[in-house]
Design a protein around this ligand. Structure first.
Ligand SMILES: O=C(O)CCC(=O)C(=O)O
Length: 263
């Protein structure tokens, strides 16, 4: 991974604008594998969405990709250079909160195309949650590049539609770019008016004391933590687990499930 912004520039833009784009950061080979895995993941997720009666509004969206297909775990591994940026934003450690994705296609819309922010309670200056979106295709104005209301992390109120679309900027970028944004920023996926899919994955990160949307250590395997690179083990949440027995709870610091450096 090659990150096009240095840490001070990232910090300034995140503070002022609430979002940045690292252009063409992910290796093209990994982007291709994630694109293929995303299509396969859609088949798996869709079957369960339909079976459980939650298919409406979720068209071409997928969820919890780590543990489902290998390239998504490879992405976490490859994103180690993002670590210092994440730690700067969180002023400490963070873990994966969720890892979804979307295949934005002409004539199909999903909840992600409404104006929204991904943190339900406005957190102001407290960095609880951070969104990222990895572009797996080039993002253009025509294929639904995300709308971002720059600076809107500084206020809690939802803008009305007219004000939002009059002022929002688009996240144009080549495949492999990573959009990073404060989860308090109001945003919306755009409509795809082209014949080709606009695919993305959306790893989100949180402070380690916040509940993950999915038990990623369990999905990957509780006993696999030691095989993983330190960055991957941290991000997946192996250092911030909840004990389920007194035997797991009564442990010396180095063997505790919630490690002392997690905040
Ligand atoms: O697909 C997009 O452009 C937006 C994604 C989004 O809204 C989200 O991840 O919360």
């Amino acid at each position: 991974m090659r990150l096009s912004l240095d840490l001070p520039t990232f910090a300034d833009q995140m503070a002022e604008r609430g979002w940045v784009v690292f252009e063409a950061a992910v290796e093209p080979e990994l982007v291709t594998r994630m694109r293929d895995d995303l299509e396969a993941a859609w088949e798996i997720c869709r079957a369960i969405q339909v079976k459980n009666g939650v298919a409406a509004d979720a068209d071409r969206t997928v969820h919890h990709l780590v543990g489902l297909k290998p390239s998504f775990l490879d992405y976490i591994d490859a994103s180690a250079p993002l670590g210092p940026y994440l730690e700067h934003y969180f002023q400490g450690r963070c873990i994966l909160n969720s890892f979804g994705g979307a295949i934005n296609t002409r004539g199909h819309t999903s909840y992600a195309q409404r104006i929204h922010r991904d943190i339900r309670s406005y957190s102001g200056d407290m960095p609880l949650l951070l969104n990222t979106l990895v572009m797996l295709d080039d993002f253009t104005a025509d294929n639904g590049a995300t709308y971002m209301l720059t600076g809107s992390h500084k206020r809690a109120e939802k803008p009305d539609d007219a004000a939002f679309y009059a002022a929002a900027e688009r996240t144009i970028g080549p495949a492999g770019s990573i959009l990073v944004f404060n989860s308090n920023v109001w945003h919306a996926g755009g409509d795809n008016t082209t014949d080709k899919a606009r695919r993305s994955v959306t790893p989100m990160y949180c402070k380690p004391f916040i509940k993950q949307q999915y038990d990623y250590p369990r999905a990957v395997g509780y006993d696999r933590g030691d095989e993983l690179a330190p960055h991957t083990r941290q991000i997946l949440g192996y250092n911030a687990r909840v004990p389920a027995s007194l035997d797991e709870w009564y442990q010396p610091p180095e063997r505790r499930m919630y490690k002392g450096d997690q905040g």
